[in-house]
Design a protein around this ligand. Structure first.
Ligand code: ADP
Length: 460
């Protein structure tokens, strides 16, 4: 029986009193518990110096192995190349990309460091599953150390079109590093097509008859595995959450108005200011909606050490203030903006009594909030999902009201339509989406990926 080793930038080490783990975290933990395994990655600590060896915590059949980063590693690898170069690139934000050679070198160096500390923990039959854009070069670094195991990679973000990818200096090094994996998992078929397009046009590679891909003298596979959620679990916690004091307090404060909910990390890829503009357009176009809804936007801060995120926070607050200043009355404001996280259980309850889930990222690998909103609905009186066509989730949730997230008036039109939609149409749309979510849960996602990884050949 092969063990599983998952590697991700942050490790879901169980901490007492931390509350229920997120969907991805519990799915990976479950996959590790099945046959035993290791979860390896950064501890989240910035220390004087790097670790000599990983810190080990054993819990049942799972070992959590974490390493610290130095201040320079954190600046160059995490804040720098991962979050100021790759993240904007992968989300089509060419204007926000920064490129500094030193940060690129720091990124490679941290991957080399992680590979060096991980290698001694690996046994010959282990399956290795690496997650996300922080760790693209990890397989290459492990191979240099003689590791022959099957190694898979999953990219949680979009994979962009070739014209975007080639804007990255050294893009061929990143693509070569990706092709060192035995299996590359992406969120959507669109991503797979973009990947194959790059390989054909830029790398002179080709797709073989058996579906494998040869490029840079390496053989790999690129497959779409759209990530899911714990659909039934989320639905159950939404029912339970209606009894929570937090949920009741919100319900009372909304009175008989319709609730529109937006929940996103503070990130420029999420399109939050455009959503506020859409509320402005809605109230201009349909003034009789004044006072009839409350739009609650819950946005915990994120990556506030990275400059564009600080500017974004100012923009978001300014845009909300502008719309509220224009339309508020003594007893009503269209936008309620909450800049902190709320518990996952309360979130499910809030989703359940919101008439509209407003999910309009400019780009998103999948967008789990969209799926969580759908799973939380009351089957007899479901709300409407207004969803960006540029979120990975749009490929699956086809009966949402799909919008171009860059166009405030299109979003406004969809909100208006959703506010007016009868229960018959709402049910029909919701049932179709719920079926998709029941057929592709987070457990299916990890099982499908691991099955495909096992089926790839082991190097000799
Ligand atoms: P991203 O990974 O880019 O942040 P996703 O929508 O895919 O976007 O995933 C976000 C996850 O974080 C979801 O599971 C969501 O429930 C959770 N989340 C987002 N905002 C909050 C918040 N304000 N409070 C609690 N959980 C949140």
């Amino acid at each position: 029986m092969s063990r599983l080793i998952t590697v991700s930038n942050r490790v879901g080490v169980p901490t007492p009193g931390a509350g229920r783990a997120g969907g991805l975290e519990s799915a990976l933990r479950e996959a590790l518990e099945a046959d035993g395994g290791i979860w390896f990655g950064w501890s989240g600590q910035v220390a004087e110096a790097r670790s000599e060896a990983p810190t080990i915590l054993k819990k049942g059949k799972v070992t959590f192995a974490t390493v610290d980063l130095s201040r320079t590693d954190y600046d160059d690898y995490y804040l720098g190349y991962a979050n100021s170069t790759l993240w904007p690139l992968l989300h089509y934000q060419l204007g926000l990309i920064e490129f500094h050679r030193k940060q690129f070198q720091g990124y490679i160096a941290v991957n080399e460091y992680m590979a060096r500390l991980l290698a001694p923990l690996i046994e010959p039959d282990d399956l290795i599953w690496v997650h996300d854009y922080h760790l693209i070069p990890l397989a290459e670094e492990l191979r240099k150390l003689g590791i022959k195991n099957r190694i898979g990679f999953f990219l949680h973000t979009p994979f962009p079109a070739t014209e975007i990818m080639v804007a990255l200096p050294h893009h061929e090094m990143i693509m070569r590093a990706l092709c060192a994996y035995d299996l590359i998992g992406l969120q959507t078929e669109l991503g797979v097509r973009a990947f194959l397009d790059y390989i054909a046009r830029e790398a002179n590679g080709r797709l073989e008859f058996d579906g494998s891909l040869s490029a840079y003298d390496q053989l790999t596979r690129v497959v779409a595995f759209p990530i899911g959620i714990d659909t039934e679990g989320f639905a159950r916690s939404a029912v339970r959450a209606t009894r929570l004091a937090e949920t009741k307090r919100l319900k009372n404060s909304i009175a008989d108005r319709q609730l529109i909910i937006g929940v996103d990390r503070m990130d420029y890829s999420k399109g939050i200011p455009t959503r506020f503009e859409a509320i402005d357009d809605l109230l201009t176009e349909w003034p009789d909606e004044t006072g009839k809804f409350t739009y609650l936007q819950i946005t915990p801060p994120s990556r506030s050490d990275v400059l564009p995120y600080q500017a974004l926070r100012r923009d978001v607050e300014h845009a909300a203030g502008h719309v509220n200043g224009k339309y508020s009355d003594l007893d009503w404001a269209p936008i309620r903006f909450v800049a902190r996280a709320v518990s996952r259980s309360a979130l499910a309850g809030i989703f359940r009594f919101s008439r509209i889930g407003l999910v309009t990222p400019w780009r998103d690998g999948m967008n789990l909030v969209a799926k969580e909103y759908v799973a939380s609905q009351d089957p007899d009186d479901p709300g409407v999902l207004v969803l960006s066509r540029f979120a990975g989730a749009a490929a699956e949730l086809k009966t949402a009201l799909l919008v171009n997230p860059l166009d405030p008036s299109e979003i406004a039109g969809a909100i208006h339509r959703a506010l007016k939609m009868g229960v018959g149409e709402r049910k029909e749309r919701w049932q179709a989406m719920m079926e998709v979510l029941r057929n592709n849960t987070i457990d299916d996602w990890s099982a499908n990926f691991l099955k495909a990884l096992k089926a790839t050949r082991q190097l000799d």
